[in-house]
Ligand binder design. Sequence first.
Ligand code: PLP
Length: 411
Amino acid sequence: MMDTPNKNTAESFVKISRRGREMQSSPIRKLAAIAEARKKQGIHVYHLNIGQPDLPTPTPVLDAVHKFSQQTIEYAPSNGLPEPLKAWKKYFSHFGILFDESELIVTTGGSEAITLAMCAVCDADDEILVFEPTYANYNGFAGIANVKLKAVPTTIENGFHLPSEEAIESFVTNRTRAILYCSPSNPSGTIYSREEIQRLVNVALKHGLFILSDEAYREFAYEKKAISITEFPQVRDRAIVLESCSKKFNVCGARIGVLASHNKEIVSAILKFCQARLSVATIEQLAMVPLLENPEPYTRPLVEEFKRRRDLVCAELKTIPGVVSYIPEGAFYIVVGLPVKDAEHFSQWLIEEFEYERETVLLAPAQGFYVTQGKGINEVRLAFMLKIDDLKRSLKILREALKLYQRTSTQ
Ligand SMILES: Cc1ncc(COP(=O)(O)O)c(C=O)c1O
C-alpha cells in the first residue's frame, strides 16, 4: 500500500521554521477582513488605518507603462537600469545629496532596500536599534533577515522625539550592529532635529554601528525640513539611505525604491544579494524616470494636500475629550492616545459592532507598531488617506463611538 505523504508520524512529521511561526501578521490588515464583512452589510467604512494614497498616479507613469514598446521584457541589470540610476542620482541632487550611480541600487520598493541593508550589516541574531513606535514592517523584515530589533522607547508626551544619547546608548549590546530610523516617521509623523540625529551619529561612531536611514517620507515635511543622514559627513562610511517612490509619487504598486551608500563594501555585498534575485521590474523602473528627474511638480501638490489634512485632523482631535495628541511634523500619520484601556478591543468593537448613521471607521491599533509587548495599548495610528470632508466625518464618528464605548464597555 502507498504511504500517505506528510502523515503525522515520527518519520514524516513536518514543522515550519521558528521565524515562520513567530512572524507577526500585519497589524494594519488584521481588522480589514471584518471591515469587508461589514461593508457587505451595507455599512460604509472610512479607512483611517492604512497608508495607501488615495490620489491619482501621475500621468507620465501611466503613459510610460502604456507606451513600452520593446518586443521582450528582459531582465534589467541587478543594480538597476542605467536610465533609472541616472534619474535617482538626479533626484537626490535636488536635495543637495550627492551619490554616484555606482553607489545606488534600485530595489523592489523601500521594503527590499531595508531588508537587504539588514542582511548586509547583520549576521543571524545580531541586533538593530529602532525607536518605538516603529514602522511595523521593520519587524517583518527583521524576521526575514533573522535579526533582532531592540526597541528604544519614545513617548507621545513629546511627540515621539528621541531620548538622550545616554538613554539610546543604554540599549547597545555586543550584538548591536546598526541603528534603523525613519524621519519623517511612520507611524508617528515625527521629524528628528539635526541635534537628535547627531545623537544617533555619536552613538554609531562610539559603538561601531551602521546607520540605516529610512528617508521614504523626505518630502512630507511641513514646518521644518527633514534632515538626511548624508548631511553628517562623519558617518559617510556607515550610512545607508533607504528610499521609496511609493508614497511621494502615489505609485505604491509600482514597487520601486533605492538603496544608497558611499560604503563600497556595503554596495558590493548588497549587489551580490541582488544578483541572486536577478532584477527589479523593468517597465516600472523606467516609468519612474520622469518623476525622479523632476520630482517637485509631482510632490508639491501632495505635500500641500497632506498638510491641510494634518491640520484638520489635529484641530479635530484636540476637541475630542480624553484624546492625547500632538502635531506630527511630517509624513501623513499620527499616533494618538485614546481614553480607553485597550485600543485593539475598541478598534474591533468599532468596526464589528458600532455604526453611526450606517457608517463606521477602521483604525490601526498601535500595539503592532511596538516591539515591546504591552506597549501602546491605548494608542491607535491614523493615516490621512481620505479627502478633507471624509476625514472630518470619520473623526465625528470616532467621537460618537468613544462616547458610547465609554458608557457601555466593560473593558
Ligand atoms: C517608513 C516606511 N519605510 C518603507 C516603506 C516601504 O515602502 P515600499 O516598499 O512601498 O517602497 C514604507 C511603506 O509604507 C514606510 O512607511
